[in-house]
Design a protein around this ligand. Sequence first.
Ligand SMILES: [Zn+2]
Length: 457
Amino acid sequence: MRSSRHPLIEGFCGACKPADRRPPWQWCEEHVHVDETSPLPGRWRSDASPWVRAVMEDFANNTVRDIAVQCAAQSAKTQTVMNCACWAIAEDPGPAMWVTATKDELRDFLRDRLTPTFETCRPVKERMAEPTLTGFAFDGMPFYAGWSGSKARLQSKPIRWLFCDEVRNYPPGRLEMVLKRTRSFWNSRRFLISTPGTKGDAMDTAYRAGDQRVWQFECPACQRLQPLAFEQLKWDSNDTTKPEGKWRFDALAETVRFECVGCEHRIKDTPVDRRWIENHGRFEPQNPNAPRSRVSYTWNALLPHWIEWRSIVEEFLAAVDAMRIEGDIEPMFTFVTETLGEPWDLDRWLVTSDDYVQQRKGDYDFGDPWPLEKTRFLAADRQARGGEHYFWVARAFRAGRGQPADRIWSLQHHFRTGGSAPATERPGRQRDDRHGLQGVRGVPVLPGDGLEGDEGR
Ligand SMILES: [Zn+2]
């Protein structure tokens, strides 16, 4: 029904509406509804995911300009951003833009999530005009929708409220492009949220530029404050949980627990215990050098009470097997980024797990010269399964005294190698060396470049 008041008076009354001073999460508890596809449909409640309250409070704080959330998948992240969008439309309107990674994602997201959320939020619905070609319109407030591949949309109008979803999948340079759209507003907010990608990418850089708030909780036994680290998730490996070298997951699940890093107090993998943790923690900043205007958050899949820890352990063990047996690192990448909520760092998962390599690495850094280097070579081993890929090692020979053939044999014995593969600088000399060694010790030799050898493969 149209108001009988003069439009000017109507506008004046709207401008004088007392601001709702509640934090956005309280406002959302009254106005936001979660659809049936969620595990917790109905009116949105912050006690279902209490850790997002802090993020939403920052969203309403005009001294904060950048919010970067790098976290596990399926942990309330998109709902949190939609809540903030509803609050902004109703309580502090200004030009807004939502950016997804791809066009298809944008279409599905608008249809399945954002439109239903706006439609069921009364204060938002009341301001809603006909949808536009590029998104929505609310009483004098455009709400654009775009995807990271569409240059034209990213470079359009000035934006006050910018929401960037799943940033890890943006093409290089696009995040930087869209961030420029907020320059003309002193009180703009740039809200980036994503599962992590690779160490050093745009999302990781944004997270590290912020104050890096890590979710921590107090041990109920010794009160030590600690992160909910995956390393503290423990399980038993014995004849019951792993008979004949194969995991029996139901038996394993009985033994899964979180052990306090200080007193080894055990917290069980039950909904009640997981909820207890969720309600006894807070975010602790790790980067005191960040400006006040840049906040960043991270949490992993151990935090939401609806994720069983046993499922995390099962995923991890399957990923370890895939890496070890199949040579396939994809499941480990997914585990680290989507479950641990950490950017992928090859060094951490493939090299630093091996102390031997770590000790020998010394101070060497990639690109450093190799002292006394004469010849450098790369050995690669093609893997049979998991798609075409190779294990490889780059080495160098340096000038020095050679070793007699029986010394090679003792080294072979010492390192328990099945066979060794001497290489020669000049392929022409290889045949003699190989026959000499084979004659004495039965050592196979790889053929040199351009030579057809007996051991060639
Ligand atoms: Zn403790």
